[in-house]
Design a protein around this ligand. Structure first.
Ligand code: AHM
Ligand code: MG
Length: 290
C-alpha cells in the first residue's frame, strides 16, 4: 500500500474509533434524558411519529458531540429532516432513541448507529462499523467492526468487554414479530404460525433489545411488510442497515423479504423497509415462504 493510502486508512480507522467512543461516552447523558425528558416534544419526526422530548434531546446530544469529531462530515438521524454537516470524510446515521414508546412503561430503549464512508442515503456496502446501545437494567453496547461483533457493559467510569466474539447461536430459541396479526400478509401469517410452534415468543417493542435476544439465544426478529403498508415500519438507513450489519457480522442473515438489507440502495434518507433478521436458515425459510 502506498504511504498516502496507508495514512488515509489510518485516519479513517481513528475516526471510526473516536465515533464509537463518543457514542459510548454520550450514552450516560441519553440515559439521564430518558428520566428527565418524559413529556411530548410537540412535533413529529420525518416518519410522522410523535416525538418525545427524550427523542429530541438524544438527537441533540449526538449531533453536538459527533459533529465535534474532526473526521465526521455529516450526521443524519431519524429525528431530523436533513443531514447536519461539518468538515470531514465519514458519515454517521442514527436512531438516537429507538423504542421510545417504551418510555412510559419503563421498558428497554436504545440507540442505533451506522458509520458510513458515503453520505446517506447510501448502500449498505459503505458501512464501516455499526452497533447499538441498550438502556436496560444496565447500559450495554454491541459493536460490529472489522468482521467481529463485541459486547460491552457500562460500569461506573468505563465499559467492560463481556463478549469478544458475539455469534448468533446455532440452535434458535426466540422470535418477535411486530405489527398486529390482522395487519400481516397471508404468507407471513402462515410462516409465523409455523415459527410460533417452534420458538418462544419474546417481543418487547424495541428492536435493539429484541435483536439482542436473537444474538443471545438465537432466533428471529421481524417487523414485516404489512397489508396496509408494504414498506413496513422501520427505516433502512438508521435501523435496517446498521442492525443487519451487526447480525450478518455475527453469522446471521438479514432480509427485506427478497435479499440482504445490506444489498439495497435507498433513494430517500427516511425510506422504510420490511425487516427480517436472525439465524440464516430461518431467514432462508422465511424468504421461501413469502
Ligand atoms: P422508534 O424508532 O420510533 O422507537 O420505532 C421503532 C420501534 C422498534 O424498535 C420496534 O421494533 C418497533 O418500533 C415497535 O413497533 P410497535 O410499537 O408497532 O410494536
Ligand atoms: Mg427506531
Amino acid at each position: 500500500m502506498s504511504k498516502s493510502l496507508d495514512s488515509a486508512t489510518a485516519a479513517t480507522d481513528s475516526t471510526v474509533t473516536e465515533t464509537i467512543e463518543t457514542i459510548a461516552d454520550t450514552a450516560p447523558a441519553v440515559r439521564t434524558a430518558i428520566a428527565t425528558h418524559r413529556e411530548q416534544a410537540g412535533g413529529v419526526n420525518p416518519s410522522g411519529d410523535t416525538q418525545l422530548a427524550a427523542d429530541v434531546r438524544a438527537d441533540e446530544l449526538f449531533e453536538q458531540r459527533l459533529l465535534g469529531i474532526d473526521g465526521i462530515a455529516t450526521y443524519a438521524s431519524e429525528e431530523r429532516d436533513e443531514l447536519a454537516t461539518a468538515d470531514g470524510r465519514l458519515h454517521v446515521a442514527m436512531d438516537p432513541l429507538d423504542g421510545s414508546s417504551n418510555l412510559e412503561p419503563n421498558s428497554g430503549m436504545g440507540t442505533i448507529f451506522g458509520i458510513y464512508s458515503e453520505q446517506p442515503p447510501t448502500h449498505g456496502k459503505y458501512l464501516l462499523a455499526a452497533g447499538f446501545v441498550i438502556y436496560g437494567p444496565v447500559t450495554s453496547m454491541v459493536v460490529a467492526r472489522n468482521g467481529r461483533v463485541r459486547e460491552y457493559i457500562a460500569e461506573e467510569d468505563d465499559y467492560r468487554l463481556i463478549d469478544d466474539d458475539v455469534t448468533v447461536p446455532g440452535e434458535p430459541t426466540v422470535f418477535g414479530f411486530g405489527g398486529g396479526v390482522d395487519s400481516w400478509t397471508d404468507s407471513f401469517e402462515g410462516f409465523a404460525e409455523e415459527i410460533r410452534r417452534e420458538l418462544k415468543l419474546r417481543y418487547g417493542g424495541a428492536m435493539i433489545a429484541d435483536i439482542n435476544q436473537v444474538l443471545s439465544y438465537g432466533g428471529l426478529f421481524s417487523y414485516p411488510a404489512l397489508q396496509s403498508r408494504p414498506e413496513g415500519k422501520l427505516r433502512l438507513q438508521f435501523e435496517g442497515q446498521p442492525m443487519a450489519y451487526v447480525v450478518e457480522t455475527a453469522g446471521g442473515r438479514s432480509s427485506n423479504g427478497n435479499g440482504s438489507l445490506l444489498e439495497t440502495n435507498p433513494d430517500d434518507l427516511h425510506e422504510r423497509t420490511p425487516l427480517y433478521l436472525g439465524n440464516a436458515d430461518l431467514i432462508d425459510r422465511l424468504e421461501a415462504s413469502l
